[in-house]
Write a protein that binds this ligand. Structure first.
Ligand code: HEC
Length: 131
């Protein structure tokens, strides 16, 4: 066990100049840089899918966004509650959030789709078949 690291010595393997070739290093570097760029661009792709106008209609929005919480027990049931919840109230909660519920910007949920959803939700069938 040596106290100090011994200086690395270049050794010729097959009689060639043992000095490290600069080209070999830059080749490896640019390969690594290329990988990094691909990784970064790869991440930018899916983010673009989040654009206003992506919702076919209110039901599409409900199924893709609201239902994740409101049909899974995370948030309360919000369909089929009739007069209890006004369309304006749905719109207010979606834009401003409510305690554990996040707010959604117009770039995530456009106003016409939100309006349509808020008008259909009170009249949708409540869960459990509604006997
Ligand atoms: C990340 C989960 C999540 C998503 C997504 C979500 N919500 Fe909520 N929402 C909640 C939670 C949790 C509450 C209960 C907040 C509280 O009272 O503390 C809530 C409450 C509400 C309320 C109030 C209900 C009441 O009884 O007063 C409305 C209205 C509502 N959400 C509408 C929506 C709509 C419309 C969407 C889809 C555009 C949506 N939420 C998407 C989690 C979510």
């Amino acid at each position: 066990m040596q106290g100090k690291r011994a200086p690395i010595q270049a050794v010729s393997i097959n009689g060639e100049d043992p000095k490290v070739k600069p080209n070999a290093i830059s080749g490896v570097r640019s390969l690594a840089l290329g990988c990094a760029i691909i990784a970064v661009c790869g991440w930018a792709g899916p983010a673009k899918a989040q654009a206003a106008g992506q919702w076919k209609d209110g039901l599409h929005l409900y199924t893709k966004v609201c239902a994740n919480c409101h049909e899974s027990g995370v948030g309360p049931i919000i369909r089929g509650r009739g007069e209890e919840l006004a369309p304006e109230y749905y719109q207010f909660v979606v834009r401003n959030g409510l305690r554990a519920m996040p707010a959604f910007r117009p770039t995530d949920i456009d106003a016409p789709t939100l309006k349509q959803l808020s008008e259909m939700l009170p009249h949708m069938a409540p869960p459990g078949g509604g006997k």
